[in-house]
Design a protein around this ligand. Structure first.
Ligand SMILES: [Fe+2]
Ligand SMILES: [Fe+2]
Length: 277
């Protein structure tokens, strides 16, 4: 009698599908709704022990992208319109939705590309980040639809995946730049956006951003923890390593004003980022 019940379930309750194959499939989804669903499914299946801790396929260089939004270089992006105007308001929500859409792929790629060389906790953490980003995107797209727009209605800027391409060979560089610079930047700027949403009578939008800010503190913390562990494994001093990697791989500048309380809640010490610019 066969021991196999359904679809090659092994002793750990894992099915035959590797976590890498499931992540790759989610990355390659181009339809936003399908990517959200696939991402949430990977995170859930992993959490429930249904995916094998196996990295047998490579991650794509470029993830799937929908036909719209049209992706433009940052200097060709149209002006957002007057602050406070309906057009300007929608353009801002659209830009944030695009950041969250790319953040889904950044988190999936982190887990799928580097998971093999890291501990299980790394995959746990970044698949939970990917699921959060999927929810952030879905909330923002719904918010746009309530305003009569939707994700894809406006152009979006094409530079957000650059950080991933630039750091695709080095997990320490990826951690230094994506969670610890880009997502940390979100902690700095989001409180002002929340205030602005409230000021223009958009409490629902403000609540979405509050939730995002809370989640992003955790995302930065995951990045900082795994970066510290990686530095230790490499026998490198973490602050120096971070500064070296950021100056080598990040083209922008790390500059104030910083949200010191959110950064410290995320485990980023002042000594790490102050005085880098
Ligand atoms: Fe997010
Ligand atoms: Fe995030």
């Amino acid at each position: 009698m066969s021991q196999t019940i359904t679809g090659d379930v092994n002793e750990a309750g894992e099915t035959g599908q590797s976590v890498a194959a499931a992540i790759r499939a989610a990355l390659l989804e181009s339809d936003p709704h399908a990517k959200v669903m696939a991402t949430r499914r990977v995170a859930r299946d992993w959490r429930l022990g249904r995916l094998a801790h196996v990295f047998d396929v490579a991650m794509p260089d470029e993830p799937g992208r929908p036909e719209t939004p049209e992706l433009l270089p940052p200097n060709r992006m149209p002006k957002r319109g007057k602050a406070g105007s309906e057009r300007g308001r929608i353009a801002l929500w659209h830009a944030i939705a695009h950041i969250e859409f790319v953040a889904i792929d950044l988190a999936l790629d982190m887990a799928g590309r580097f998971g093999a060389g890291m501990d299980r906790q790394f995959v746990d953490d970044f698949l939970s980040v990917a699921a959060d980003e999927a929810i952030h995107f879905a909330l923002l797209d719904r918010h746009l639809r309530k305003s009569g727009s939707h994700y894809g209605a406006l152009p979006a800027h094409n530079g957000l995946w650059d950080a991933a391409s630039e750091t695709r060979h080095d997990v320490a560089a990826r951690l230094a730049v994506v969670p610890m610079v880009l997502e940390a930047r979100g902690l700095d700027v989001t409180p002002a956006t929340i205030e602005r949403a409230r000021a223009v009578g958009d409490p629902a939008g403000a609540r979405i951003l509050e939730r995002i800010l809370d989640d992003e503190i955790r995302h930065v913390r995951f990045g900082a923890n795994h970066f510290a562990a990686t530095a230790e494994r490499l026998g490198k001093e973490p602050v120096n390593l971070w500064k070296t990697l950021v100056s080598r791989h990040f083209r922008g500048t790390v500059k104030p004003p910083f949200n010191d309380s959110a950064r410290s809640a995320a485990g980023l010490p002042l000594g790490l980022y102050a005085g880098v610019a």
